[in-house]
Each structure stands twice: as C-alpha cells, then as structure tokens.
Design a protein around this ligand. Structure first.
Ligand SMILES: Nc1ncnc2c1ncn2[C@@H]1O[C@H](COP(=O)(O)OP(=O)(O)O)[C@@H](O)[C@H]1O
Ligand SMILES: [Mg+2]
Length: 233
C-alpha cells in the first residue's frame, strides 16, 4: 500500500452467499483528485463500493484508508476516519424534508454551520429546505445525497452513479461540482456517463465480471479499443 494514498484496495474478494462477486480487485486513489470506476451493469461496481465501505465483508484482500488498514473495521469506524459514501439507491430519507435530511447528516458532525457550508456546494437546495425529499427531482435528490455525505467532512468520497436518473440538463451542474470537489478531496466516481467520468477523473478502472480488466489514465482508457466492448450490455 503506497504512502500518500487516499484509498488503496488490494486483491479484494467478496461474495454474496456462495456466489463470488469480486475476484481480487486492486485500486488506488491518490490523495487528491478523482478516479473513475466503469463497467456495464452487473460488473461489480456497487459491490466494490459496498466492500470498501464495509457493508459487505471482504473474504480476502485489504482496504486501506489514508494509509491505515481498515479491512477489519466496521463501517462507522471507516466513516469516522474520513470515508464518505453516496450509495446508488436510497441515499436520502424521502419522507423527511431537505432540512431534516441535512440535519441528520450534521448531527454526526455536531456542527451548526456545516449545513450552510454544504448549501454553498449546491445552492439550488437552499431554496428547497422545507420540501419533502421524496418530491425533489432526481437531480436535486442526488445533490441532497452528496450534501449529506459532505457533512461528514470526508477525505475520501465514494459516489455510486451520482447522475443516474438525473435530467441531462442538470448532469453538467453536478459534473462541475464533482470536478471542484476532486480538487479538495479524493473522489471515487462510479459512472455510466463515460464522458463525464473521464472528464472528472484523471485515472480510470474498468470492471468486468468482478475483475479489473482495464486501467490507466483517463486519456489512455478512453482511447483503448477494448473499452466499448467492456461497457457494451
Ligand atoms: N444482494 C445481492 N445478492 C446477490 N447477488 C448480488 C447482489 N447484489 C449484486 N449481486 C450480483 O453481483 C454482481 C455485481 O453486481 P453490482 O455490484 O451491483 O454491479 P454494478 O454495480 O456494476 O451494476 C452481479 O452479478 C449481481 O447480480
Ligand atoms: Mg451499481
């Protein structure tokens, strides 16, 4: 595990019951910037995120966060050490208002002005504080989910498909914010939008059937003739 690494994953294996989903995945995310995780549906991207967070137990391999081995730590300890996670699904409490959703995130951090700070990341939410999250647009819901994760002051932020179900006109806004975030913390970005992912991230990993089959600088990966084959349904 290299020094100065935000997140380092080594030979990670994971199972759902008896069915193996990850086969020795290794990945490095440097101290700042974004790495993209690509791959068609079912490739193992979400499983990789869940294993990094500790929701799913690694059967072998190691996860290190900011140079510290967290493989055997529970999720809440990883979060306390600086890991943030925006899951692909159900990332907000749909029956709570925007303000309440943020308050839940801020409580853990015990910071009154934290909400004000994250509202600067997505100012659109400031005008929606009293609205029930379930009635937000797809894009606003994703913004809220990202804001909640930011309230924990993560040093490494995992984003599982932050533009899924988001209207095309709003995707660019999210991309721009993620780009800015990547200048401050480590962002691990699982994305279906190839162009967005490779623009935000400087390095990319492509998964296929639970294995890393291609990796390199975003430019190299974009130009690799195998890429489209790995992404094809
Ligand atoms: N809860 C689960 N139980 C059993 N198998 C699962 C579960 N979640 C995902 N899988 C399987 O694990 C593989 C990887 O899924 P996933 O990580 O969700 O892929 P991706 O996020 O890349 O679409 C797929 O074959 C999927 O069917
Ligand atoms: Mg997924």
């Amino acid at each position: 595990m290299s020094d100065g690494s935000g997140l380092s994953v080594n030979g990670l294996c994971a199972f759902y019951g008896r069915s193996q989903a990850l086969f020795g995945v290794s990945m490095d995310a440097p101290e700042r910037g974004a790495v993209a995780v690509l791959g068609r549906n079912g490739a193992g991207k979400t499983t990789l995120m869940k294993t990094v967070v500790g929701e799913l137990k690694a059967s072998s391999g190691a996860v290190s966060l900011l140079g510290r081995n967290v493989t055997h730590l529970p999720t809440e300890r990883r979060v306390a050490l600086g890991l943030g996670y925006v899951p692909q699904e159900q990332a907000v409490f749909s029956t709570l208002t925007v303000r309440e959703n943020l308050a839940v995130g801020a409580l853990a951090n015990n910071e009154q002005d934290a909400i004000e700070r994250v509202l600067q990341v997505f100012p659109k939410l400031a005008g929606r504080l009293g609205q029930v999250a379930g009635t937000l647009s797809g894009g606003e819901r994703k913004m809220l989910a990202i804001s909640r994760a930011l309230l924990g002051n993560p040093k490494v932020l995992l984003l599982d498909e932050p533009t899924e179900g988001v209207w095309i006109g709003v995707i660019e806004e999210i991309a721009e914010r993620l780009q800015r975030l990547a200048g401050q913390i480590v962002v691990v970005l699982v994305e279906q939008h190839l162009d967005l992912a490779l623009r935000v991230a400087s390095y990319a990993y492509v998964l296929d059937r639970g294995r890393v089959v291609l990796e390199g600088s975003s430019k190299t990966v974009r130009e690799d003739p195998r890429l489209l084959r790995y992404l094809a349904p």
